[in-house]
Design a binder for this molecule. Structure first.
Ligand code: COA
Length: 153
């Protein structure tokens, strides 16, 4: 059977969200957990698009917030697979916020998620490899192995 080669851009996911009152604290700043939830969803879409399987979050690396997103801001959440291992894959998630009225885009935060693909019995299952194409994708692919070794050793 022909081997399926997939590139990171084929499963890249970009979501846009508006910050509503339900998402914020009394100062109108978005809750960190809400941003992580949106990143998790974008990563799940990438993971499941690439693997064709239900995939669950196994870990999230350090998350720190740079610029606050506020009520009424427009958020952009991007998720892109950096590397597929055996049954797991690492995904880089980034978030930007745009404030009114100038609509300038500010980087809010980024993180690396690890997702594991599951079979019908909820057991980890082997995933198709991914082939990095751009210089940045090749660099991320290399560094992903270092991050995995740090996580699992
Ligand atoms: C993630 C999970 C499926 C791993 O199952 P497991 O039986 O421990 O599987 P294994 O030990 O065989 O590991 C499977 C893969 O997951 C990776 N993995 C397991 N735990 C991990 C962790 N905490 N961080 C990063 N990767 C992890 C392993 O390195 C392995 O990767 P590889 O096959 O690509 O080399 C299982 O622990 C689980 O279901 N966790 C709960 C997931 C969940 O509910 N997430 C939602 C948030 S609560």
């Amino acid at each position: 059977m022909k081997k399926i080669i997939k590139t990171p851009s084929e499963s890249e996911t970009i979501m846009t969200e508006l910050v509503f009152p339900n998402d914020t604290n009394p100062m109108g700043i978005i809750q960190g957990g809400r941003i992580i939830q949106l990143m998790d969803i974008a990563c799940a879409i990438s993971a499941q698009t690439h693997s064709g399987r239900i995939a669950v979050t196994a870990s999230i690396d350090k998350v720190s917030f740079k610029t606050p997103a506020r009520l009424g801001d427009i958020l952009t959440i991007k998720a892109k697979i950096t590397r597929v291992f055996n049954t797991s894959m690492e995904i880089h998630a980034e978030v930007w916020t745009k404030h009114l009225p100038d609509m300038k885009s500010y980087s809010t935060n980024e993180a690396y998620f690890t997702f594991v693909a599951l079979d019908e019995s909820a057991k980890p299952i082997k995933i198709n490899p991914i082939t990095p194409v751009t210089k940045q994708e090749k660099e991320n692919y290399k560094l992903a192995l270092k991050r995995k070794n740090k996580l699992t050793n």
